[in-house]
Ligand binder design. Structure first.
Ligand code: GLU
Length: 423
């Protein structure tokens, strides 16, 4: 399997980062060569072509992937992204991170990820529905409630999940709500799932703040990315913890207001204007400048590779809460560690999404649904336990929080593989 960086965009190949992280961990944990070989590459992957009838009557063929990285701990789990720059290597990396994430949170699940190369912004609702159903048509024999359970990710929504669940159910001839998570509430969705990633992040931010002695009331926070995760994180941090959100951004740029922003009003503005840029009474800033702001907490909440060797040294935050997957390159990680910044690594910080997805599956199997308070109470227990396990490992082995998170996750995975006789 050759791994190449994208020469066109110069973007660091995320799967190369996974390889590097695995190598480091194998050394730290003294993993046997067979275990190392098993964690370095996906167990299975599917490449599909999806013909879709567009509104103009023409057929367009979309490329899609589903990577099932490792299922030692249980059926594989992970979202599907619809993104114009999707590549097989991004999907592989994200599938590996899902595997570590489920293991770290002690969920009985392995990791997977899916992707379709498309730009949902340029597609009508009808085209999106046909693409969603077309994806399932190609992968349905490969997924299932006890095999591989997709979910939402970048640019996929509860509506997309509803179409996919419906398509799968039709093909197998019975309702199979448990085949996919992140569904609308009426179709077996879990209460609180749409804000679960952000909510999980808030629980670990609270733990981390207590650990480093940061008073969250009036603490300043910067949020990069204002989609489902970034927006809810800003709103919850503001409303539940009393944080002051001084800057937010989306792919078009950012806004800064020293006195703090009202996250909900900014979101409403974004809904009507297509971007946070231009929100009244704010100064425009670039996404680059946003990372360098004087703030207590920095939340990268969009895509991978945004904290790099170029900007890491300029980051002034005390706490970085990685709500995105893979936002920090390994080189940047070293710099941040040396600066003594407390990092909540992605596989811990954004694991609230998959944890509530797991709760959704449990509820689907039992045909009995919990209220939001019960979901969040269980989520808090899971997130807090994972944070403490990571912190203890970091202290015991004198490694940074990211390495510690990998150590907890990969150790558990290695144990499972040994017990199954794979290694
Ligand atoms: N896409 C989310 C993630 O990256 C959630 C995955 C899921 O719920 O299965 O963690």
């Amino acid at each position: 399997m050759s791994i190449q960086n994208n020469v066109k965009t110069g973007i660091r190949n995320p799967f190369e980062i996974v390889q590097k992280q695995c190598e480091e961990c194998a050394g730290l944990l003294n993993l046997s060569p067979d275990v190392y070989e098993l964690i370095r590459f996906p167990m299975r992957e599917l490449h599909v072509s999806i013909p879709v009838r567009m509104d103009d009557g023409m057929i367009k063929v979309f490329k899609g992937f589903r990577v099932q990285y490792n299922d030692a701990l249980g059926p594989t789990k992970g979202g599907i992204r619809f993104h114009p720059e999707e590549t097989i290597d991004t999907v592989r990396a994200l599938a590996a991170w899902m595997t570590w994430k489920c293991s770290l949170l002690n969920l009985p699940l392995g990791g997977a990820k899916g992707g379709v190369v498309c730009n949902p912004r340029e597609m009508s609702l009808g085209e999106l529905e046909r693409l969603s159903r077309g994806y399932v048509e190609q992968v349905w024999q490969f997924i299932g409630p006890d095999r591989d359970i997709p979910a939402p990710d970048v640019y996929t929504t509860p509506q997309v999940m509803a179409w996919m669940m419906d398509e799968y159910s039709r093909r197998v001839g019975k309702n199979q709500f448990g085949v996919i998570t992140g569904k609308p509430l009426l179709l077996g969705g879990a209460a609180g799932r749409n804000i679960a990633t952000a909510r999980g992040g808030i629980y670990v931010i609270e733990e981390a703040a207590a650990e480093i002695g940061l008073n969250l009331n009036n603490a300043t926070m910067v949020v990069q990315g204002y989609g489902n995760v970034g927006y809810h994180a800003a709103a919850l941090a503001h409303e539940l913890l009393g944080c002051k959100i001084i800057a937010v951004s989306d792919r078009k740029g950012g806004i800064y207001r020293k006195k703090g922003l009202d996250p909900r009003l900014v979101y409403e503005y974004k809904q009507t204007h297509g971007s946070v840029v231009g929100f009244p009474d704010t100064e425009p800033i670039t996404n680059g400048e946003l990372f360098e702001l004087e703030a207590d907490i920095l939340c990268p909440s969009a895509l991978e590779n945004v904290i790099t060797a170029e900007n890491a040294a300029k980051i002034k935050a005390r706490l970085i809460a990685e709500l995105a997957n893979g936002p920090t390159t390994p080189e940047a990680d070293e710099i941040l560690s040396e600066k003594g910044i407390h990092i909540l690594p992605d596989i811990l910080c954004n694991a609230g999404g998959v944890t509530v997805s797991y709760f959704e599956m449990v509820q689907n199997f039992n045909m009995y649904y919990w209220d939001e308070a019960e979901v969040f109470e269980r989520l808090q227990r899971k997130m807090t336990a994972a944070y403490r396990a990571v912190l203890q490992t970091a202290q015991k082995y004198k490694v940074n929080m990211r390495k510690a998170a990998y150590m907890v996750a990969l150790n558990r995975l290695a144990e499972a593989m040994k017990l199954r006789g794979w290694a």
